[in-house]
Write a protein that binds this ligand. Structure first.
Ligand SMILES: Cc1ncc(COP(=O)(O)O)c(C=O)c1O
Length: 403
C-alpha cells in the first residue's frame, strides 16, 4: 500500500542568507524582456565568448586531440603532470618561490572553494574585499564562516584600505582574499599595497588567497606583480586559469599554486589534497590545453587587449560625461564600477534602466559597497557600437530622471 506523503516545504539552509546573487537576478529580469521581444544591451556578464572574442584554435586542437587519444577517463586528482609542470614553470617565471603544491581545479571557483574549505573552522573568519566578487562570500557562507569584509577605497583608485584591514583582523581571522586585478572595480594594486597586505598577513599568520585570473588583462603599461612573488615566507594560494585570458570559461580549467614555508604548510596542503581526491578530478581532456596555452603562441592577447583598451576608454569617457556619474579608471580586467550620485537606490536605478532602456548592468549593492554609496557594475566586453548605444541610453535615462 502506498503511504500518504506529508507535504512539507523544503527550506534552504539558513547559512545561505548571506549569499548574494544579484548578477543572475538581473539576468532573469532581462530574459523576461527578451521573451517579450525586446533587444537587451548586455553590460552584465564577464564571459568574453558572448562577444567578439574567439578561443585560440591551437587550444581547441589540443583538447580535441586529447579526446581522440582516449583521455576521457578521470584525471589524476591533482591534474595531469604536463599541465602541473607548465603551471609551476609559469609561476616561477612570475617570481614565485617556495612553491609547495600545484593542482588543477574546475576553474578558480572550485579552487577557491576547496582551499577555503580546507582551512576554515567553525567560528573562523576570512577577510574578503568590499565590493567583492560574490563567489568568495558565497563559499564562506556555505562554510558557515563569519562575514568579515575590508573596504576598497574609491578615493584611492580602489586600492584596499589597509587601516580597515588592520582593524578587522581578529584572533579568529585565518585568511584574506585579494582579487588583483579586481572584479568589480578594475583596479590593479600597486606593489606597495601588496607589500603592506603581505606584512599584515605575516604579522597575523593569515593565509593569502590571491585571485589573479585577470593578470594578463592589464590595460596600461604598469608592470603587474604577482603577490606571492613578494612573499616567499608567507602562506599564499595563487589562483589562475584559462577562463579569461585564454577565452575558454566553459572549459572550467583553473589552478592553485601554494607557496610559503614547507613546514608551515604541510598539514594545510594535505587537507587541500584530501578534498581534491574526494572530488576525483577536474575535467580531463581540457587540461591538455594548459601547456599549449601557457607555453604556446600568445598572439591572441594583443587583439584582446587592444579591443579592451578602446572599450575601456569609451566607457570611462561615457561615465565622465553622463550627469550624476563618475568613474575611477579601470586598469585591468573588463569591469568598471561607476559611482551614482542620485537619490534613488542603485538597485532601483539598475532595474529602471533595464526596464526602460533595456541596458543590463548590475547594481553595486549586489557586490557590497561602502554604506551610503551607490554604484553600478559595467562589463565593457561588447563591441564599440553596442557600448556607444548603451551609454547614450544611460545618458538619456539620467537626464530624464535626475536632471
Ligand atoms: C575575480 C574572479 N575570480 C574568479 C572568477 C571565476 O573564474 P573561473 O572561471 O576560473 O571559475 C571570475 C569570473 O568572473 C572572477 O571575476
Amino acid at each position: 500500500m502506498q503511504s500518504v506523503s506529508n507535504f512539507r516545504i523544503v527550506p534552504a539552509a539558513t547559512r545561505l542568507d548571506h549569499v548574494r546573487y544579484a548578477i543572475r537576478d538581473m539576468a532573469v529580469l532581462a530574459e523576461q524582456l527578451e521573451q517579450e521581444g525586446k533587444t537587451i544591451l548586455p553590460l552584465n556578464i564577464g564571459d568574453p565568448i558572448n562577444f567578439d572574442f574567439c578561443t585560440p584554435p591551437h587550444l581547441i586542437e589540443a583538447v580535441e586531440r586529447a579526446m581522440r587519444d582516449g583521455k576521457n577517463g578521470y584525471a589524476p586528482s591533482l591534474g595531469i603532470p604536463e599541465a602541473v609542470d607548465a603551471i609551476r614553470a609559469e609561476a616561477e617565471r612570475k617570481g614565485i618561490r617556495n612553491i609547495q603544491g600545484v593542482f588543477l581545479t574546475a576553474g578558480v571557483s572550485e579552487g577557491m572553494d576547496i582551499c577555503l574549505s580546507a582551512l576554515v573552522n567553525p567560528g573562523d573568519n576570512v577577510l574578503t574585499p568590499c565590493p567583492d566578487y560574490p563567489m568568495y562570500s558565497a563559499v564562506l557562507a556555505k562554510l558557515g564562516a563569519q562575514p568579515n569584509s575590508y573596504m576598497l577605497d574609491e578615493s584611492n583608485e580602489w586600492q584596499p584600505d589597509l587601516e580597515d584591514i588592520r582593524r578587522k583582523i581578529t584572533p579568529n581571522t585565518c585568511g584574506i582574499v585579494v582579487g588583483n586585478p579586481n572584479n568589480p572595480t578594475g583596479a590593479v594594486y600597486s606593489r606597495e599595497t601588496l607589500e603592506q597586505i603581505i606584512e599584515l598577513a605575516r604579522q597575523h599568520s593569515l593565509v593569502v588567497f590571491s585571485d589573479e585570473i585577470y593578470d594578463k588583462l592589464i590595460l596600461d603599461d604598469e608592470p603587474y606583480t604577482s603577490l606571492a612573488a613578494l612573499a616567499p615566507d608567507v602562506s599564499v594560494v595563487t589562483f589562475n586559469g584559462l577562463s579569461k585570458a585564454y577565452l575558454v570559461p566553459g572549459w572550467r580549467v583553473g589552478w592553485g599554486v601554494v607557496s610559503g614555508r614547507a613546514t608551515s604548510l604541510e598539514p594545510y596542503l594535505e587537507g587541500i589534497y584530501q578534498l581534491l581526491r574526494a572530488r576525483l578530478s577536474s575535467n580531463h581532456p581540457q587540461q591538455f590545453a594548459v601547456r599549449p596555452a601557457l607555453e604556446g603562441p600568445q598572439d591572441h592577447l594583443t587583439g584582446v587587449l587592444s579591443k579592451l583598451r578602446a572599450r575601456r576608454d569609451i566607457t570611462v569617457e561615457a561615465c565622465r560625461t553622463t550627469p550624476h556619474m563618475s568613474c575611477v579608471t579601470p586598469h585591468g580586467a573588463f569591469y568598471a564600477f561607476p559611482k551614482l550620485d542620485i537619490p534613488d537606490s542603485d538597485e532601483h536605478f539598475a532595474n529602471r534602466l533595464l526596464m526602460e532602456k533595456h541596458v543590463l548592468t548590475v547594481h553595486g549593492t549586489g557586490f557590497g559597497q561602502a554604506p551610503g554609496t551607490k554604484h553600478i557594475r559595467i562589463v565593457f566586453l561588447p563591441d564599440e557600437a553596442t557600448l556607444r548605444r548603451a551609454y547614450q541610453s544611460v545618458h538619456a535615462f539620467m537626464t530624464e530622471h535626475y536632471a
